[in-house]
Design a protein around this ligand. Structure first.
Ligand SMILES: NC(=O)c1ccc[n+]([C@@H]2O[C@H](COP(=O)([O-])OP(=O)(O)OC[C@H]3O[C@@H](n4cnc5c(N)ncnc54)[C@H](O)[C@@H]3O)[C@@H](O)[C@H]2O)c1
Length: 355
């Protein structure tokens, strides 16, 4: 049965890494024939600067109703200093399609990629579930007396019972379904009383999972512990801002943003897949961006679409590349974006033929 994939390659290195993800997808198509039909959508900085349009409301609606998956490169361009197109497109998808789960796994493939002394792949295998629709990202607030010495800037942090509960429930259910034994929640309840809501909900929902150990930390201590004892973390659940920061930290512990995939979900609806990294404008057009984050993101998508063998072969091809020293400069390699993508594509074809 045909599946429909919408692709928004976006800005900067977005189109370069998405191109390689699609090279990998073409290899998967040749071998496993999942029947994934790709439709390219033009939204991004170029389109915005040319037409004044970020993303039409009807297109956003179509993304929610007509596709089985959405793959995004990255959004953000120095020619749009206010980032309004990125906000409309990216936050638009997260908020309007209500994709409340931002899933960001961080797994160490090879010891040489971690900056932590003495840590091995056994010590670094965790997943961050970041609340994706609330927190400080809701644009509640504003500025007053802008540009004067009396300027005031206010951003309100929104935490709803429903919003907190659904992400916490998702994290515990995921942990149970994946044989994990501990869920850690990060907040700042000691200084921000509103975060007591997170603590109460975490405790209530956690009690429904007696086989899962509940662990709560303040975000500052959590950042420290993630570096000091990464092996003590399996599943992390937290709010929008803390999740954004912690997942970048987690990614650098396992080799950097060039290897960090993610998915934005709402069970029962279309999922939006994107590498964690941004558009890295300083790398754009130079054939130096690491496409592996986008390719590992594709593997998550394939799993969700039921192409499990394809997903395993893609993951294995990335692991093989890393362990054979194949890669872009950020992971210690000497190859360009395209050459890495093509190597992985060939590996997918060969890896599956070897079975
Ligand atoms: N989801 C998204 O689309 C997203 C996420 C973060 C930032 N952004 C936007 O991207 C733009 C740049 O932001 P930034 O510089 O803070 O974040 P960034 O993720 O683009 O870059 C951060 C650092 O990581 C490196 N990096 C990122 N991706 C890489 C890759 N694939 N291979 C090798 N190195 C890589 C960059 O060179 C840079 O040093 C901004 O406009 C920002 O708003 C978009």
């Amino acid at each position: 049965m045909t599946k429909r994939l919408a692709v928004i390659a976006g800005d900067g290195i977005g189109p370069e890494v998405v191109r390689e993800a699609l090279v990998t997808l073409a290899a998967v198509e040749d071998v496993f024939h999942p029947g994934i039909q790709v439709e390219h959508l033009p939204y991004g900085a170029d389109h915005y600067l040319r037409t004044g349009e970020t993303i039409p409301a009807a297109e956003m609606q179509r993304l929610g109703s007509d596709f089985d998956a959405i793959l995004v490169g990255a959004l953000g361009d120095p020619r749009v200093p206010g980032n309004e197109h990125a906000r409309d497109i990216l936050l638009g998808m997260r908020f309007q399609l209500d994709l409340f789960v931002n899933e960001r796994p961080a797994r160490l493939i090879d010891e040489r990629l971690t900056p932590l002394k003495g840590k091995t792949p056994r010590d670094l295998d965790l997943i961050v579930f970041r609340e994706n629709t609330e927190g400080l990202y809701v644009s509640v607030g504003g500025t007053f007396k802008q540009g004067t010495p009396d300027e005031i800037a206010i951003a309100e942090e929104l935490n709803t019972r429903k919003g907190v509960e659904r992400i916490v429930r998702y994290a515990f259910a995921w942990a149970t379904g994946h044989g994990k034994t501990r869920v850690t929640m990060a907040d700042k309840a000691n200084a921000i009383p509103a975060h007591q809501l997170w603590r109460r909900v975490f405790d209530e929902v956690g009690r429904e999972h007696p086989n899962i150990q509940r662990d709560t930390r303040y975000i500052d201590a959590m950042a420290m512990d993630l570096v000091r004892t990464p092996e003590s973390f399996q599943v992390i659940v937290t709010g929008n801002l803390f999740g954004d920061i912690l997942s970048d930290l987690a990614s650098i512990l396992v080799g950097g943003l060039g290897l960090a995939p993610s998915a934005n979900r709402h069970p029962g609806r279309v999922t939006m897949y994107e590498p964690v990294h941004g558009s890295a404008p300083q790398l754009a057009g130079k054939d130096v961006a690491n496409p592996m984050a986008a390719i590992l993101t594709l593997a998550i998508m394939l799993d969700d679409l039921g192409v499990h063998e394809g997903a395993r072969v893609v993951e294995q091809a990335v692991y093989d590349a890393i362990t054979s020293g194949i890669g872009t400069a950020d992971v210690g390699g000497t190859m360009g974006t395209r050459a890495v993508g093509e190597w992985i594509g060939r590996r997918v074809r060969r890896g599956s033929a070897a079975k």
